[in-house]
Unconditional design. Structure first.
Length: 82
């Protein structure tokens, strides 16, 4: 049950912001490990009109890259049955 709530919250955040990073998904309540983050990302990539991009994180002491899911088009509804 808590994982389902986190997955639905991830969808709502993606709809609201237009993008969602791997670290934002990992920070959701009830997400316990990287496997759950990967499950949510895979479901979003498979079922929604989104694409996976990599963004450079400049705030880290050593710049790093982060996966970001971005909505391709805002003209349609983003729906996902998780």
């Amino acid at each position: 049950m808590p994982f389902d709530v986190s997955a639905r919250l991830a969808v709502m955040l993606l709809m609201h912001k237009g993008e969602l990073s791997r670290s934002e998904i990992a920070a959701l309540p009830w997400i316990e490990d990287e496997d759950e983050v990967e499950l949510i990302m895979s479901a979003l990539l498979k079922e929604a009109n989104v694409e996976l991009l990599q963004r450079r994180v400049l705030s880290a002491s050593i710049p790093d890259w982060e996966d970001v899911i971005v909505v391709k088009s805002t003209s349609g509804k983003l729906t996902l049955a998780i």
